[in-house]
Design a protein around this ligand. Structure first.
Ligand code: PLP
Length: 407
C-alpha cells in the first residue's frame, strides 16, 4: 500500500521539487491540467509589466530595435530548439499551432507536389484533421486518416506527408517518433510532427530522428499563458526550398525595402507572416527561463515517476476506473487518463474539491502530470479525492451534470 507519507518523503527528496516555487499555484489547488493551460510562472507579471511600461510606454516604436522586439520570435525559438532536439535557427515562435500547421503542411505538399495524400490518424487532435482537410483540398490532395496500427501499412508512394501528433491528447499514448519518421522517409514522404503535448514534458530529438517539420504549443507545458504564440520547426536542409503560403512581410528577405514583390527571407524567418504579439511573446519568454535550469532527461524521469504513481494508486484504490493510457512508460507522454462512464460529472466534482483535471470525450478523466510543479503528494491527494467522489456518489449532484462551453 502506498501511503501519503511515502509521497511526502518522495517530494522532499525530489531534486526538481524546488521549482514548484516558480509558479503561482492557488492554495488548496492540485493542478493536473498544465497540459491544457500551464500555470502562471512568478516571473511573468514583472516581465510583462516591464515590457508594457518601459519598452512600450517609454521606448515606443524605438523598442523594435532597442528592446530587441524584431528578433524576439527567433530568440524564443532558439530557446525552445534546445527542448526539442533542434539547432539554433531551426525553430521560431509565431502564430498559433493551427496556423503553423497550415503553413507547414502546405509547404510539405508543395515540396512533394507529385504526391496527393496527407496521411494521419483518425484519433489525431481535431484542429490537425481540420487544417489537413483544407490544406489538402487546396492542392487537389486528400487526407487519409487511418487507425494507429495501420500507419505503417498506409505509408506508400502516394503519401506526400505524414502528419502525426507525438503524444495523443486524449489517451497520452506516445508514438515512436524516430521509427515513424524513418518509415515516412523510406516511403519518400516528409514527416510533420505536432509536439503540442510533448514540448516541455517529454524529450524530443527532432534532428536525431531526421524529422522534417514540426509545430508545437506555447501555452501547455511551456506555460506561456492563454493564447501564447506557438512555434514551428523546419530542418535546416529544407530552409532554401521551403515555400509557405502565408507570405507576409515578416517573412520577406528585406521587410523594410517595402518592395512590391515577395522575396522569402533566408533561413527559418521565411516561415513568419505578420507582426508578432510582443506582450504574449514576453510572457512566453519569461516562462521559458525555468527550462534553462533543468534537463529534459530529469523532467522526463520525474514525469514517468508521477505517472507510474498515479497508475499504481488507481489500480490499488479505484477499481471502478480503467487506465486508458499505455502502461509502458516508453509509450506514454506526461498524462494519465482514466475511463469512467460518468467521467464528466466526476471531473466537475473533483474541480469543486480543488483537484483540476479535465474531461475529454467520450468518457475520459484526463490528468496532466507536469513535472515542473506537480508533486507526488499532489498525485496521492488527487486519487484520494477521486476515491471519495466515487464512494459518496458526490458526482451525481445536479450541479456537476451541467456542461460548460470549455471542458
Ligand atoms: C492544443 C493543441 C493544439 C492547439 O492549437 P491552437 O491553434 O493553439 O488552438 C493543436 N494541436 C494539438 C495536438 C494540440 O494538443
Amino acid at each position: 500500500m502506498i501511503t501519503r507519507e511515502d509521497c511526502v518523503a518522495r517530494d522532499a527528496a525530489d531534486p526538481l521539487g524546488r521549482l514548484r516555487a516558480r509558479f503561482h499555484l492557488p492554495p488548496g489547488v492540485v493542478y493536473l491540467d498544465g497540459n491544457s493551460l500551464g500555470p502562471l510562472p512568478v516571473s511573468v507579471p514583472e516581465r510583462v509589466r516591464a515590457v508594457v511600461h518601459e519598452e512600450w510606454g517609454t521606448g515606443l516604436v524605438r523598442s523594435w530595435n532597442d528592446a530587441g522586439w524584431w528578433d524576439a520570435p527567433r530568440r524564443a525559438g532558439d530557446r525552445i530548439a534546445r527542448l526539442v532536439g533542434a539547432h539554433p535557427g531551426e525553430v521560431v515562435v509565431c502564430d498559433s499551432t493551427s496556423v503553423n500547421l497550415y503553413k507547414l503542411l502546405t509547404a510539405a505538399l508543395r515540396l512533394r507536389s507529385d504526391r496527393k495524400i496527407v496521411l494521419t490518424e483518425t484519433g489525431n487532435f481535431p484542429t490537425d484533421l481540420y487544417i489537413a482537410g483544407s490544406a489538402a483540398a487546396q492542392h487537389g490532395a486528400e487526407v487519409r486518416a487511418v487507425d494507429t496500427g495501420e500507419l505503417h501499412g498506409a505509408l506508400d508512394g502516394s503519401v506526400a506527408v505524414l502528419l502525426l501528433t507525438h503524444v495523443n491528447y486524449r489517451t497520452g499514448e506516445m508514438h515512436d517518433l524516430p521509427e515513424l519518421s524513418a518509415s515516412a522517409h523510406r516511403a519518400g514522404a516528409l514527416v510533420l510532427w505536432d509536439l503540442a503535448h510533448s514540448t516541455g514534458a517529454v524529450p524530443v530529438d527532432l534532428n536525431g530522428a531526421g524529422a522534417d517539420l514540426a509545430v508545437g504549443c506555447g501555452y501547455k507545458y511551456l506555460n506561456g499563458g492563454p493564447g501564447a504564440p506557438a512555434f514551428l520547426f523546419v530542418a535546416s536542409r529544407w530552409h532554401d526550398a521551403l515555400d509557405q503560403p502565408l507570405t507576409g512581410w515578416h517573412g520577406h528577405a528585406h521587410p523594410f525595402a517595402m518592395a512590391p514583390r515577395y522575396e522569402p527571407a533566408p533561413g527559418i524567418s521565411r516561415t513568419l507572416t505578420g507582426t508578432p504579439p510582443i506582450l504574449s511573446l514576453a510572457a512566453l519568454d519569461a516562462a521559458l527561463d525555468v527550462f534553462d535550469e533543468v534537463t529534459m532527461a530529469d523532467l522526463r524521469a520525474k514525469s514517468v515517476a508521477l505517472c507510474e504513481l498515479l497508475v499504481a494508486l488507481a489500480d490499488e484504490r479505484v477499481p471502478d476506473v480503467r487506465v486508458v493510457s499505455p502502461r509502458a512508460a516508453e509509450r506514454r507522454g506526461s498524462q494519465v487518463c482514466l475511463a469512467h462512464p460518468e467521467a464528466h460529472a466526476i471531473i466537475q466534482a473533483l474541480v469543486a474539491r480543488g483537484v483540476i483535471g479535465d474531461y475529454r470525450e467520450p468518457e475520459i478523466l484526463r490528468f496532466g502530470l507536469a513535472p515542473l510543479f506537480v508533486g507526488f503528494a499532489d498525485v496521492w491527494d488527487a486519487v484520494d479525492h477521486l476515491v471519495a467522489v466515487l464512494a459518496t456518489g458526490e458526482w451525481s449532484r445536479p450541479e456537476f451534470r451541467r456542461r460548460s462551453t470549455v471542458t
